[in-house]
Design a protein around this ligand. Structure first.
Ligand SMILES: [Zn+2]
Length: 394
C-alpha cells in the first residue's frame, strides 16, 4: 500500500528544510577529499549534523574509526537502513560523487526518522567507509551490523537515471614471477626472464577473451618490470582486476587467468606466485523495492522517470553488492550530468559532484529513498514480496 500524500509531503518538507545543511555537508566533503578509511573530517561533519538534530551517533564501528550509525524508532519492529558513502579517489578527488551520496543519505534518514514513530519500525543511518577498494561494508556485514534488516538502500550519482544497474563481482590478483638473473649481454643464456613470463601472461589472457561471458572485465598493469637494462629480470610482477556479472563466472575466469600466468611461467622456466584479494560481490538489485523507489521518484516533486535498466552503459563494482547478498537492497543511479557527458572517475564528474544540479539530484534521491524506507516499514506484504524475491535469487 503506497504511503499517504500527507506522509509523503511531510518527508519532502524535511528534505527541503535541510537543503542548506545538506549543501554545506556535501560541499565541505567535496572540497576536503579523504581516501578510504581516512574519512575523518567527513565522518565528523556527518555525526555533528545528526547530533545537532538530536540523534545519538555511534562513531567507530566494525574496527573502522570512520564508520557511523544513528537510529530512530522501534528496533523491535521492521528495520530499514539508509547507507551513506563519503570516501574520495586518489588525485582526482570526489570524482565518484560520494559527497552527494553522503548528503542524500543524511537527508533521507532525517526525513524518514521524522515519521518513524508514526509508522512503526526503525530507520537506521549507516555511514559506510572505504567503498573505493576498501570494502567497509563487508567489515560491517562481518560485524553483524546488517543483521535483522528488512532492507538496505542508497543512491549513486551517474549520467542517467536507472533503477537497477548491475555491479560486477570482482577479485584482485597480484602475480609475482621469479626467474634467474644474468648479464643481459655477456651471458643471457644463463638467465630466465621473469619479465618475459609476465608479458606472456598478458598475451595469453588476451587470447582467452573470446571465451569470456558478456560483462567480464580483465584488466591489469605491470607493477615491477625488472631491475636494470643489463640484467635479465629476476623478478617481475603485475596486478589484475578480474570482474564478472556473477560469482560463478568470476571463479571460472579467475581460474583461466591463473592458468595463463602459470603457462607463461612454464614457457620461460620461471616460477609464479598469486596473491588474491577478494573484491566485491555482484549487485542483486531487489526489483520489488527498486520499482517502489522509481514510483516515489516519479510521483514526488522531481517527477523524474528512471529507466529500469540500461545495458548501453558499463558497470563497475561496489561493496553494496555484498550487502545485497545479505539484505534485500537497492542501489539506483541518478543523473548529475547529461547522458554521456561524463562518467564516474573522470574530472568532469568531480566538478559535477559540486554543482547545483548535483545537489538537486541528491535531494531528489533523499526524498525517494525516505519515502521508500517509510513504505517498506509500513507495508508488510511489500516486505514479504521483497524478501521472497531476495530468497529466490540466492
Ligand atoms: Zn562510487
Amino acid at each position: 500500500m503506497p504511503i499517504s500524500n500527507e506522509l509523503g509531503n511531510a518527508i519532502d518538507a524535511v528534505v527541503d528544510g535541510e537543503r542548506e545543511a545538506l549543501a554545506k555537508l556535501s560541499g565541505d566533503i567535496h572540497s576536503n577529499p579523504e581516501l578510504r578509511f581516512e574519512e575523518h573530517k567527513a565522518a565528523t561533519w556527518i555525526a555533528e549534523l545528526l547530533r545537532a538534530r538530536g540523534f545519538e551517533v555511534e562513531h567507530g564501528l566494525a574496527g573502522m574509526g570512520t564508520a557511523l550509525r544513528a537510529r530512530r524508532g522501534n528496533p523491535k519492529g521492521p528495520r530499514v537502513a539508509i547507507l551513506g558513502e563519503y570516501d574520495a579517489l586518489p588525485d582526482i578527488g570526489h570524482a565518484c560523487g560520494h559527497n552527494l551520496i553522503a548528503a542524500s543519505a543524511v537527508g533521507a534518514f532525517l526525513a524518514a526518522a521524522s515519521v518513524a514513530d508514526q509508522v512503526g519500525g526503525e530507520v537506521v543511518f549507516l555511514g559506510t567507509p572505504a567503498e573505493e577498494g576498501g570494502g567497509g561494508k563487508i567489515r560491517m556485514i562481518d560485524a553483524g551490523l546488517f543483521e535483522g534488516l528488512a532492507a538496505a538502500m542508497m543512491f549513486h550519482p551517474f549520467d542517467r537515471d536507472i533503477l537497477a544497474h548491475p555491479a560486477l563481482a570482482s577479485v584482485w590478483l597480484a602475480m609475482t614471477f621469479r626467474g634467474a638473473p644474468a648479464h643481459a649481454a655477456a651471458a643471457p643464456h644463463d638467465g630466465a626472464s621473469a619479465l618475459t613470463a609476465c608479458m606472456d601472461a598478458f598475451r595469453l589472457i588476451d587470447g582467452q577473451r573470446v571465451h569470456f561471458r558478456d560483462g567480464v572485465r580483465v584488466h591489469g598493469y605491470v607493477t615491477n618490470g625488472g631491475q636494470a637494462v643489463n640484467i635479465i629480470p629476476e623478478l617481475a610482477a603485475c596486478e589484475f582486476s578480474v570482474r564478472a556479472r556473477t560469482v560463478e563466472e568470476l571463479a571460472r575466469v579467475r581460474a583461466i587467468v591463473e592458468r595463463c600466468a602459470s603457462g607463461a611461467a612454464m614457457a620461460s622456466g620461471v616460477k609464479v606466485e598469486f596473491v588474491a584479494r577478494e573484491g566485491y560481490r555482484d549487485m542483486r538489485n531487489n526489483m520489488t523495492m527498486a520499482r517502489r523507489f522509481g514510483a516515489h521518484l516519479e510521483s514526488g516533486s522531481s517527477g523524474r522517470k528512471a529507466r529500469e535498466t540500461d545495458d548501453r552503459v558499463g558497470a563497475g563494482s561496489t561493496d553494496m553488492g555484498d550487502v545485497s547478498h545479505v539484505v534485500p537492497s537497492i542501489h539506483p543511479y541518478l543523473a548529475i550530468v547529461d547522458e554521456n557527458e561524463a562518467l564516474c572517475h573522470q574530472h568532469r564528474f568531480a566538478a559535477a559532484s559540486a554543482s547545483d544540479r548535483g545537489l538537486a539530484t541528491a535531494c531528489d534521491a533523499a526524498k525517494a529513498l525516505a519515502r521508500t524506507a517509510v513504505e517498506v516499514l509500513s507495508d508488510e506484504p511489500l516486505r514479504r514480496a521483497m524478501h521472497e524475491e531476495w530468497r529466490a535469487g540466492r
